[in-house]
Structures are given as structure tokens and as C-alpha cells.
Design a protein around this ligand. Structure first.
Ligand code: SF4
Length: 697
């Protein structure tokens, strides 16, 4: 037997970006495990990805090009040759481009996080066409924008250092489900005496295992941060030297937070004033004892109208107490900007020849529901005539799903989908192209949760007629007549271009070496802001931020109420009194893995978790089928009646494939397309609904 072990990287939208070892026997992948030598992975893969072989060899894999033979949405296809598929696509794109190339739209996100199979050859292709640009906002852009106003970049505490913290606030996330390797560090810290506090409207698996849980109202995190700041200032729980040397706008901040008394904060957040006092004092006292206090923010808190501001506010806390002085102190939302990426080399925006008569336009992926239904106009430009979807599943994932499906159902829209499986979006495709999985192609990964570049070597040959995304766009470029040398770059050459070798944080980066070793740790200081050096214009942590003023925002931390809540929209709440959030199911990763039977069996069926009091007033008992609805749509799910959501909250763990639900719907029937305060992101967790027992139960 010919057996070898291949170094690989988990490609999924998860901050952990695990280093993996794949055992291959006679060309078949037989085992997958975490690399025990990679410090972050520590030999552990999550349940989802430990089933990656089931996913790769799944009998439902799309292994051949297909064309639609039924109505849009029906999912009826016939196998065709690659030549027919590529010729059809080329001819449709050429005719649209001749009218106006902006009628062509790429639609992609983090189906793979790889630099090579993500936005490299694909974006070269769309830039060369002059297609509409896609504003990739669907997940993290609100928080990413907010933290940059305060700290200057998405850089923070090294995940490995959390093990040494004495207090960890786990804010807006459920790491057991979606940041497992951070959770392992938090557990280590707890064994060493640390206190863990979860801040989340829902008593998630993580919140259940922390010593303390603050169950605030959804969308009020910014207010809680203001209340904590109030107590820190009021009680002098401050590192005055750090503030004087490394922050900007402390006096204005003090004026701003004066109004945010514990009583006002508690009333806004739906908690007790004593909880605000307790949390602020715990944070300030621990820091002033010289012990490391760390905050792990995740993206849950920024999926509301004021989500960017919430992240900005929380990011101000460590500077007030000097938490950055410690390697194990500070805050982490994302480590994404630690990596010296080279998007200009990968995506080649210079290939786009701007026609003054057709200025470039960007379409926000979060409003695809509306934008696919827009007619041509001088304000919008040409109607979207073609969408090429890769690494994404918008029909299930994008907000206000009914409109998204209606847009993709347009008979005059030409849709191409590169995929592994027949997702909800594939059902609307005109042409489906079989894409390779991570085991079948080359890639290299940055991450947003740690500080390692991780390499992915192909372990097995592509199954069936599947091809890497890069190869598909190379072939399309050739057919379109694009003869620039960049379209001939191999995947190995693209991987070598992905990071700036010689950058101070990646001095030794060299693709052949990383590929052989599997991973490379950036040269980052252990405590990145111990002596200031924030990558803001002032070089300081900006409590007062001039850039926000220029961008039309309040330059100081403030609170922006949700679009939809009992307090901010009382009239709407008369009809729809329950707040709904839709965080990730533990065994799914967005919509990936929902079709892996063993994982779906673990999750059961779509369900809605209701507080016991809310269920009782509606005559609902555990196990009933319930209908949740608002003006945008409805969904039916099985009721789980518990005390895990706070009263007034329903939780629809997500993201189910619509076609695998009994009613063909998921929680995005109920979400809306209004955008966050910054970053143009969707406010998925800023939703009011009503719930009743489903009529047939
Ligand atoms: S999904 Fe996350 S935790 Fe699971 S294997 Fe991938 S990177 Fe690791």
C-alpha cells in the first residue's frame, strides 16, 4: 500500500483555521486529524470537520457540469460536458459585457477562506471584464469597521495568550460552537483560576459553562460597554498613565459616559444595575491588581443596527484599565490585519479598464434580495443580468430570503454556481460547475483567530470532473480571449504571491517552506499595544475619533438602538413582541455540513427555542410545531421550550438548508436588509417576530 500524510488547512469560515493531517492510502483519503504540533490546533478538529471525509466522498457530490432543464428553483439538471458549460457561459457573458459589463456580478464569500481558491483568479477574471464589484459585507464588516475606529486595525490579543488571563469576558459569541480552540485556552485559564463571564442574550453552550452570564437584550452591548466605562471613570478604576500616554479623547469620553449610570445602562440592557456595577468593578479591580484581563469579542454583537458602535465601544475598555500592558490582556475580535496580505497581486484590480461612461459600481451582497429585483436606472446602473456564485449560498444565507429567491428566479437572469452540492442556490442555476473540496486543491490561509499562515496541499486527485475555482476561471479567461500573463499563473504561483515576504511580520515567509512545514507563525509582539503604537492616525487608542466625524458618525462612543426591539419600535412590537436571533448550530458552519447526515441527525430538525414564559402565554409546549412570522415572511419549526433564551427572545439556531426543512424555509425568511451603522452589513439579530402554535398541531 502506498500511504502518505499530507499537510492541509481547514478552509471554513471559522477563526481557528486548523492545521490538518490527511492520511492517503492508494489515492484515497482515509483519515483526517488535527496537527498535534500546530500550537493552535493542538491535534483537535471540531466535530464538523472531523467528518470532512464523509463530506468529500459524499454520494451527493456534484461531479460533472450540469445545465438546468426544469424551471428555476426546481433543481432539475442534466449532465453536460465542460466544453458545453464553458461555451455557454462565455457566450452569455460576452453578450452582456458588450452591452455593459456591470450587468455581470460575482457573488462569493467565505465558503473557503483560502487566498488561492477565494478571490485570486476569480477576481482577476471579473476585474478584466469590468464586472460589478461585490461589497463583501455579510458577516463581519460592521465590527471590522468599528474596531478600526478605536484601535486602527483588526489586531488583538494572541489567542494562545488567553490561557494566562485572570478574567475573560466572552462577548457576543459561543466559542464551543464556533471558536473551539479559543475555548480550550479559556478552559486552561479557568483551571489556572480565571473567571469567565459570558455576555449574550442566550445561555449558549458556552454561557452555560462560564461562571457568570450576563443575559442582556439583543443589540444593547454598546450600552453595557458605556455603563462599564461610567463605573470605571466614576470609581477611578483607571490606568491613568496608560490613558495619558496612549489614548486620545479621555476628557470627552468622561463627559460622554457620565450619563451612562448603572441604572440607565441596566434599563437599556434589560439587566440589573447591580450586574453592571459588579461587572465593571470585576474588570477594573482585576486589572488594577496587575492581573491580565482579556475580552474575546465575536461577531454576534455586531449583527444589529448599532453593531459597529458596539464593537468600537468594547474595544475602548482595555485602554482604560491598561489591559494592553499584558500579553494576556486586551481584546480580540479578529487577527485578520496581522497578516501582510497582497490582495493587489492576487486580484489585480489594475486589470479593470475604467470606462468613464460606465463608472464602476459595487453591489452590496447583503442587499442582493433588493438588487436582483432592481431595473436599470441612472442611479443603479444596468440591471443585474448574470450572477456567478462561488464559495457562497445566498438563497439560504442572505437576509430577507423570499426576495433573494424571487431575484434568483428571474427568467432573464443567467446564473452560474460553482459548488460541491446541490444547495438552495444551485437549484436556481442555469449552469452548475463541479468545484473541488479542500482535499483536492492547493491553497494557503490567513485567519481571523490566530497568527499562523497555514498551507493546504492537495491530498487526492479531484473527484469526477471537479476542478478548482482557479482552474475554472482560467479556462473561462482563455475562452473570453484574455491573454494577460496573470491568467496563466498556477495555483502554486498564486500561493507564493499571497503574502508579502520580507514584511516585518513575515520576514521568513516563503511558500515552499511553509508548504512543506504546514504553517508559519507571524512575527508579532506578544503584547501588541503595551506601549501604544496603535495603527490609528494618532498612534493612540482613539476614544475620540476624527475619522468617525468625517464619516458622518458620532466621534465618541455612543449607543444606537436596534431597528426592531420592544423599546425602539414599540408600535411594531405590539404585533411582533419577540426578538429573534439566529446564531450558528454547533454542527453546521453557516450552511456547510447541513447535508452531512450524521451531523444533521445530531441537530435533528429546524427548531425555535422559546423561553418557558413566552411559550406558556402562547399555549406552546416543548415539541410543538410552531409558526414564527413577521411582515417579511414566516417559518415553521419545532419548539424547544427552555429557560436558555432570556424572556422575550426566540433563538433559531442556523443556518438550515431551506430545502431540508419541512416548509422549505429558514430563519432568513424573517430577517431584513436594513444595514448596520457602519460597514454596510446586515442586522441579522435585530428582528422582531411573533410565534404561535402551528395551525396543524
Ligand atoms: S471549523 Fe474551525 S474548529 Fe473546526 S476544524 Fe475548521 S478551523 Fe478547526
Amino acid at each position: 500500500m502506498n500511504t502518505r500524510v499530507v499537510r492541509a488547512a481547514c478552509p471554513h469560515d471559522c477563526p481557528d483555521t486548523c492545521a490538518m493531517l490527511v492520511t492517503v492510502r492508494d489515492g484515497i483519503a482515509t483519515d483526517i486529524r488535527g496537527d498535534p504540533d500546530h500550537p493552535n490546533t493542538a491535534g483537535v478538529l471540531c466535530t464538523k470537520v472531523s467528518r470532512y471525509l464523509q463530506r468529500t466522498y459524499h454520494p451527493d457530490r456534484i461531479l460533472h457540469p450540469m445545465k438546468r432543464i426544469g424551471s428555476k428553483g426546481s433543481g432539475q439538471f442534466a449532465q453536460i460536458s465542460w466544453d458545453e458549460a464553458l461555451d455557454t457561459i462565455t457566450s452569455r457573458l460576452q453578450s452582456i459585457a458588450a452591452r455593459d459589463p456591470r450587468g455581470i456580478l460575482p457573488y462569493s464569500y467565505a465558503g473557503t477562506m483560502g487566498a488561492v481558491q477565494g478571490e485570486s483568479m476569480a477576481m482577476r477574471f471579473f476585474n478584466r471584464i469590468g464586472a460589478s464589484r461585490l461589497d463583501r459585507t455579510i458577516c463581519s464588516s460592521a465590527g471590522g469597521t468599528g474596531i478600526k475606529y478605536s484601535l486602527g486595525a483588526k489586531i488583538g490579543t494572541d489567542t494562545e495568550q488567553f490561557a494566562n488571563a485572570k478574567l475573560i469576558l466572552i462577548w457576543g459569541g459561543n466559542p464551543i460552537a464556533s471558536n473551539l480552540h479559543f475555548w480550550m485556552r479559556a478552559q486552561e485559564a479557568r483551571r489556572n483560576g480565571a473567571i469567565l463571564v459570558a455576555i449574550d442574550p442566550y445561555r449558549s453552550l458556552t454561557a452555560e459553562k462560564c461562571q457568570h452570564h450576563i443575559a442582556l437584550l439583543p443589540g444593547t452591548d454598546a450600552a453595557l460597554a458605556l455603563g462599564i466605562m461610567h463605573v470605571l471613570v466614576r470609581d477611578g478604576l483607571l490606568d491613568r498613565e496608560y490613558i495619558a500616554n496612549y489614548t486620545l479623547g479621555f476628557e470627552q469620553l468622561c463627559e460622554r459616559v457620565a450619563a451612562w449610570t448603572p441604572a440607565k445602562t441596566a434599563a437599556t440592557c434589560g439587566i440589573d444595575a447591580a450586574q453592571v456595577e459588579w461587572l465593571a468593578r470585576l474588570y477594573g479591580d482585576t486589572a488594577l491588581r496587575g492581573e491580565p484581563v482579556a475580552i474575546r469579542m465575536n461577531y454576534g454583537l455586531q449583527r444589529v443596527r448599532g453593531g459597529g458602535m458596539a464593537v468600537r465601544n468594547v474595544a475602548c475598555l482595555p485602554a482604560l484599565v491598561g489591559a494592553w500592558r499584558h500579553a494576556a490582556g486586551g481584546v480580540l475580535l479578529s487577527s485578520g490585519d496581522s497578516f501582510p496580505r497582497r490582495p493587489d497581486r492576487l486580484e489585480r484590480p489594475d486589470l479593470c479598464r475604467v470606462d468613464p461612461a460606465r463608472p464602476p459600481r459595487a453591489i452590496n451582497m447583503s442587499t442582493i434580495g433588493d438588487d436582483l429585483l432592481r431595473a436599470s436606472s441612472s442611479a443603479f446602473g444596468p440591471a443585474v443580468e448574470a450572477v456567478i456564485v462561488y464559495n457562497a449560498n445566498p438563497v439560504a444565507v442572505a437576509p430577507e430570503s423570499a426576495k433573494v429567491a424571487k431575484g434568483f428566479a428571474r427568467d432573464d437572469l443567467f446564473t452560474v454556481v460553482l459548488e460541491h452540492f446541490r444547495t438552495d442556490t444551485v437549484d436556481y442555476a442555469d449552469i452548475v460547475l463541479p468545484a473541488t473540496t479542500q482535499l483536492e486543491h492547493t491553497d494557503v490561509h490567513a485567519t481571523y483567530g490566530h497568527q499562523y499562515i497555514v498551507a493546504n496541499n492537495p491530498a487526492i486527485a479531484p473527484l469526477g470532473e471537479a476542478k478548482p475555482n482557479t482552474e475554472i476561471f482560467r479556462l473561462l479567461a482563455t475562452r473570453m480571449g484574455f491573454d494577460e500573463p496573470v491568467f496563466a499563473d498556477s495555483d502554486e504561483e498564486i500561493a507564493a504571491q499571497a503574502f508579502e515576504s520580507g514584511h516585518p511580520r513575515a520576514r521568513q515567509y516563503d511558500w515552499p517552506t511553509v508548504k512543506a512545514k504546514g504553517w508559519y507563525k507571524l512575527d508579532m509582539p506578544a503584547a501588541p499595544f503595551a506601549q501604544g503604537g496603535f495603527p490609528t492616525p494618532s498612534g493612540k487608542c482613539e476614544f475620540y475619533c476624527e475619522r468617525m466625524l468625517k464619516d458622518g458618525l458620532d466621534p465618541l462612543p455612543t449607543y444606537i438602538p436596534p431597528y426592531e426591539s420592544v423599546a425602539s419600535a414599540p408600535d411594531l412590537a405590539v404585533q411582533y413582541p419577540l426578538a429573534m436571533i439566529s446564531p450558528p448550530q454547533r454542527n453546521f458552519l453557516n450552511t456547510t455540513f447541513v447535508n452531512v447526515q450524521s451531523l444533521r441527525d445530531t441537530e435533528g430538525e429546524p427548531h425555535l427555542e422559546l423561553h418557558v414564559d413566552d411559550a406558556a402565554t402562547r399555549g406552546i409546549v416543548d415539541g410543538d410545531l410552531v409558526r414564527a412570522w413577521n411582515a417579511r415572511g414566516e417559518m415553521v419549526a419545532r419548539a424547544h421550550v427552555t429557560d436558555r433564551p432570556r424572556q422575550g427572545l426566540v433563538v433559531a439556531l442556523s443556518i438550515w438548508w431551506k430545502k431540508l426543512a419541512a416548509d422549505g424555509k429558514n430563519a432568513n425568511e424573517l430577517t431584513h436588509q436594513r444595514l448596520t451603522d457602519m460597514g454596510r452589513a446586515p442586522a441579522f439579530y435585530d428582528v422582531l417576530v411573533q410565534v404561535e402554535k402551528a395551525p396543524d398541531t
